[in-house]
Design a protein around this ligand. Sequence first.
Ligand code: ZN
Length: 480
Amino acid sequence: MVAVLKNGTGPTVLLRTDLDALPVEEKNEVPYASRVKAKNESGQDVSVMHACGHDIHVTSMLGTAKILATLKDQWRGTLVIIGQPAEETVDGARAMLADGLYTRFPKPDFTLGLHDSADLEAGKITYTPGYAMASSTSVDLIIRGLGGHGSKPEATKDPVVVASQVILALQTIISRENSPLDPAVVTIGSIHGGTKRNIIPDEVVLQLTIRTYKEEVRQRIIASIERIAKGLAAAAGIPEDRAPIIKVIESENAPSLYNDPQLTERIAAAIGKAIGSDNVIKAPPLMASEDFGHLSLDHQIPSCYFWLGSIEPSRVEASRKSGKPLPSLHSSLFQPLPEPTLRTGVKADDQRGVGIDEEVIRTVSYDWQRLCQNRERLRPDQGYDSITPSCVGDPVATAPGSDTLPARQGGRRNEPQSLNNHASDSQAKSRIRLKRPPNERRISSWARAARPWLSSILNARATGSWRQISVCLSDETPGM
Ligand SMILES: [Zn+2]
């Protein structure tokens, strides 16, 4: 989904939120716990939850869209908000770019995104100038041999033994070939071969993930894996026509995420003014990955991506004292605290969206009660259908520093005054385009997740604030 808000001359800023949930059965005893089931790609019923907190991202972005549409007189430029499917499978951003994100819509001068953190207190954010997350490369390595009877090894070339040698030899890529100053990981996450004790199989399949920051390091590691596997196969006497096959799974790859240092420091300082500089913490980079980096077009477009604390502070403190880790993202026990997580997310998003005008933050208060309800309403089992734009909560202008809601003066309920002022803008155009997907089931789950967001922005559009709204569903983008 792409929404464009043009508001005079100024930078074009892209805000990205991801939408997808995970096939995890929620084990939390909280009011918003998901009890939903959905079909997975194999057609099986699986429980789903927002175990990565993408509902927090959607809700933060909703608040941001509302605020920026309401306070158009306080910023200038073009805001592009995207709702990206398929972050978990790291192919949603690429699919949107392939679908014309930067040709059918304004190409951004900056791209911005956030993610909730499962070990940071709610109310805080962390940021990392420079490389912040690693590239992720999925590789299948097929070690082929010549199978036969387990009692007659001399008549075979055993791929199980070669695979074992390859696994150990690959450990030297990082320890002996790579500069310690270039962080990198090679993990062999799965090994499969053989069917029975007394059969030497024809092949063994290894599945690997590679993490690096620099592209040249990534390329060198892929070449090393191939060289080592082929060399050990040759040493074992495996004929050349049965040499190992290395397959890089392009659809699962994500580039490294590079935070433009100047932009990132600028945004961190601005957020610090909104939520207190003590709550904005510089953090070391991670070797985890995500596909937000695609949107920077190989670091050509300055980007900033930061982490939003989402955990009850007392739980974080107890974890630090005891050394017992908190449930991570993707855990069935990941339990974010709606407030002040969402409040912080909206403030931080808003900060970024306005192209960095902290004055807006000081003049905005949020209907917090409603925003918390919104997270509950985003529970799929209550039906995404039931959500309406009004339950997002109306951002309203107040005196600086005030957290109370001002009395409404005229205007219909759920329609902020400043939105009404734009109701006569007949230039506003909207278009919704749906490609017919090959897999209706996938798309319906995507569309269900996107609906509240879409309806909210459509509401803003109906009042004339949004110039162009488009829905892009790509065939390659699963929703859940
Ligand atoms: Zn996530």
